[in-house]
Design a protein around this ligand. Structure first.
Ligand SMILES: Cc1ncc(COP(=O)(O)O)c(C=O)c1O
Length: 330
């Protein structure tokens, strides 16, 4: 392998891990996006949004990038900003994992919290975006990338993540992934369906998220889903999504803990949620098939929450039934 000449060139080409299932002939593959430099899939869209803004003349050397983020987009932007010489400010709410905020600051990014009191499971996306918009108006030479509606988010995955999947695995039947802005799932779906329109795409959102018409409510899975009151992001392309499902915080987090302890695989909360639903889906299929799942990030960013017994207990998140189910199927 030739040496890389920039950390940016190390974005993408993440490994795929196959998981054996006990009760089905279906094959399950995990696209391990934690192996990107900023430790999540969002590095891909951060790079593409910055590249396109530079091409459009909106970003010039020395500018400040301001973005509302649950953390992973901000880390990706902080990495690229460090390399390209931009200042970076992340507008976050209390939902952002502490580990993510520490990482943003390690790359030289600044953190601004939105004002207001919010419940534990409430995500303040509307307030975050409004704060970022105001700051962009007030701070000279600043630019907001607006990940929810910037189609260079979705565009980032079409020729990267999708291509990496079809180059590694022949004849994928089902793609499953989480959905927040919709960029990663819609973009990957677009790239895969261009080659094989028969691929079934399934979106998984937390119970309480509003992308597929639910009434909405609080949830603790970070980065994924669309909270009550927030508009559906432009990056969600419903025409490419064939089916959808909901996952509880208990299912998501106990799956993360099971895979860490029993399989040595440390994944984040949204990854745990999609993985649980993927195991359930594959285990209920007849015959043979191939299911690939997007694992957005790693568990390293959730050590003080999902992997902390006290936090799990305080939030009533332990559920032995999830472990028992996984024990039978994986
Ligand atoms: C951990 C995690 N999971 C899922 C998502 C949702 O991905 P997307 O915004 O591409 O729909 C994000 C987005 O920030 C994330 O950080």
């Amino acid at each position: 392998m030739k040496p890389y000449t920039s950390i940016i060139k190390m974005i993408g080409n993440t490994p795929i891990l196959q998981i054996s299932l006990k009760k089905t002939l279906w094959e399950l593959y995990l696209k391990m996006e934690k192996f990107n430099p900023g430790l999540s899939m969002k590095d891909r869209m951060a790079l593409n949004m910055i590249n396109q803004a530079e091409r459009g003349g909106f970003l010039k050397p020395g500018f400040t990038i301001i973005e509302s983020s649950s953390g992973n987009t901000a880390i990706g932007l902080a990495v690229v900003s460090a390399v390209r010489g931009y200042k970076f400010i992340a507008v976050v709410d209390h939902h952002a994992a502490k580990e993510k905020l520490d990482i943003i600051q390690a790359y030289g990014g600044k953190i601004v919290f939105v004002k207001g009191n919010y419940g534990k499971g409430e995500v303040a996306i509307v307030e975050r975006e409004e704060t970022a918009r105001q700051m962009c108006q007030e701070i000279p030479n600043s630019f907001c990338l607006k990940q929810a509606d910037n189609l260079n988010n979705r565009g980032a995955y079409i020729d990267t993540l999708a291509k990496e999947i079809y180059k590694s695995i022949s004849k994928v039947d089902v793609l499953m992934g989480p959905i927040g802005t919709g960029g990663s799932l819609s973009g990957t779906a677009e790239g895969l369906k261009k080659r094989n329109p028969k691929i079934k795409v399934i979106a998984i959102e937390p119970i309480g998220s509003t992308i597929f018409n639910s009434m909405g409510g609080p949830y603790l899975q970070s980065g994924t889903g669309n909270p009550v009151g927030a508009d559906i992001p432009f990056n969600v392309n419903y025409s490419l999504i064939d089916d959808h499902g909901y996952v509880s915080d208990q299912e998501a987090f106990n799956t993360c803990r099971f895979f860490a302890r029993k399989k040595g695989i440390l994944i984040g909360g949204s990854a745990g949620g999609v993985l649980y639903k993927a195991i359930e889906y594959a285990s209920n299929q007849e015959g043979r098939g191939k299911l690939i799942v997007i694992m957005p990030d790693g568990g390293e960013k959730y050590i003080s929450t999902i992997f902390n017994d006290k936090w799990m207990r305080e939030n009533n998140l332990f559920n032995r039934k999830v472990d028992a189910y996984l024990e039978i199927h994986v």
